[in-house]
Design a protein around this ligand. Structure first.
Ligand code: ZN
Length: 259
């Protein structure tokens, strides 16, 4: 019997914004279109793998985001002891995906070669590309690499049986998505390959982007990797918490079980 994993999305912050901020070229109706922030947990066969580490309350204050809970506290609601976690997949190094990685001192951090190159290279001199990176996160990741605690990947790689990462790029140079085998088939955590369902379904890319071409191509890649469109989980869509059940009544609106 192949390993199947439970998959959870844990909401830790939100941002009230307008639809025009979520699509290249704006939005003709431009109503409110809030954005949620998540970290994810894959659990099975005695393994707990965390996907992304979120940001702290201090960073939320600096960037005008509403911080609801420390991502580690959110994961604790599922019984995760963050200092003991062995593997953390970092989809990309934007501030809202990699802050807090110090809360996982025992973990190997799985990152694409291209993402480190992007975050430490020439393009960071432009606010358009560097603005969503926090310098301290990037420097911290370099330190972690020198300590031998970053597991670099170049393209597709298996993290554990039934869990793999796939380079998609687009949003950033080295964005990777996560494919995981579940009881309902192959699920894909898209992270920022598609912030909202609408980005991929309507082929309307999010405006923070390294390569529009790669981002649109990424929507096709997500479809290839997932068993169906309903097996793709966007990175920031509040609809995720509406479409999927909470693992317990008291966790409604905070955690969704995706498998
Ligand atoms: Zn993001």
């Amino acid at each position: 019997m192949s390993t199947q994993y439970e998959v959870f999305a844990v909401k830790y912050a939100r941002h009230k914004r307008r639809a025009s901020e979520n699509f290249i070229g704006g939005d003709p109706h431009d109503g409110p279109m809030p954005l949620d922030y998540f970290v994810w947990l894959l659990r099975g066969e005695g393994r707990e793998i965390v996907v992304d580490t979120g940001f702290s309350a201090a960073v939320a204050a600096k960037r005008g985001r509403e911080h609801l809970r420390c991502p580690a506290a959110g994961l604790r609601l599922l019984g995760v002891d963050c200092p003991k976690v062995q593997d953390v997949i970092i989809t990309h190094l934007h501030y809202d995906h990699v802050g807090n990685f110090d809360l996982f001192p025992a973990a190997a951090l799985h990152l694409q070669d291209l993402e480190m190159r992007y975050a430490t290279g020439r393009h960071m001199q432009e606010a358009k590309h560097g603005g969503a990176y926090d310098l301290e996160d990037v420097v911290g990741m370099v330190r972690r690499a020198f300590a031998g605690r970053v597991r670099f990947h170049d393209g597709d790689a298996e993290i554990a049986p039934g869990i793999s990462v796939h380079l998609v790029g687009g949003h950033t140079m080295g964005l990777q998505v996560v494919r995981v085998r579940t009881r309902r088939g192959w699920l894909v955590l898209a992270s920022d390959a598609s912030h909202f369902y609408a980005n991929m379904e309507q082929r309307r890319p999010f405006p923070i982007v390294w390569s529009v071409e790669d981002m649109v191509d990424g929507y096709r890649r997500l479809r290839e990797l997932a068993d169906s469109p309903a097996h793709i989980i966007p990175g920031h869509d509040p609809l995720v918490l509406e479409r999927y059940p909470a693992p317990a009544e008291e966790l409604r609106g905070v955690i969704a079980r995706l498998d």
